[in-house]
Design a protein around this ligand. Sequence first.
Ligand code: IPE
Ligand code: IPE
Ligand code: MG
Length: 233
Amino acid sequence: MESRIPRHVSIIMDGNGRWAKNRGLDRLYGHKEGVESVRACMRAAVEDGIEYLSIYAFSEENWNRPEEEVQGLMDLMIMAMKAEIPTFLENSARFIALGNMSRLSELFNRTVKEITDATAAGTKCCMILMVSYSGQWDILQAMKKAAAQLSEKDFLSLTQEDFGKYLVTAGIPDPDLLIRTSGEVRISNYMLWQTAYTELYFTDILWPDFREEQFREALAEYSKRDRRYGKVK
Ligand code: IPE
Ligand code: IPE
Ligand code: MG
């Protein structure tokens, strides 16, 4: 029987804006409080022996938000990456960022490199920041990369398994569990290829209120799921 602890948990962190609005605060306060939830889930993931925790922090579509909010989110992510290096090291955890990195600032890319390099030797949980990412963008860039690297014959004989090697998530197992907070029941252009057989978990809780306890509730629900992959069990 397969392990009941998912190897890879992924999260569409949603509801920061509504959380702030409910308190009469600016949306940015919701994003700030959301960083605390990321810390909490990371702690729980490390404790529970989860190998990969990926978090959807900023989509390609989120570039269309007001400039002030985009800048606020970028500043927050940069601050959090800088501040968390010691915590990653204490926990033997590793950090990587995946997405359309060319759209992000030089400072953002430099900060990503700093934390990625500093934590590269981490052997426990790998946290993956999905930033300036969208599933359709990923599939398209994979197709272009494969077309550029392969002969026509090899391109035409690509298998589903081989194709995964051209996605930005190459080498990372597909998510076992995808959590989305805030009551929205959609994928919002997240990992479209990689979630083919992912267990989906939707909760009404807004992201800033999603902490260790809520993370573990999602894991408990996952442990009851019967994953059949189209077979008869
Ligand atoms: C999630 O919260 C954070 C990002 C998408 C960057 P939102 O900012 O989408 O919050 P709501 O959905 O407006 O409440
Ligand atoms: C999805 O949330 C993107 C991230 C969590 C980064 P959105 O708030 O952008 O999604 P929609 O607009 O409700 O689909
Ligand atoms: Mg939202």
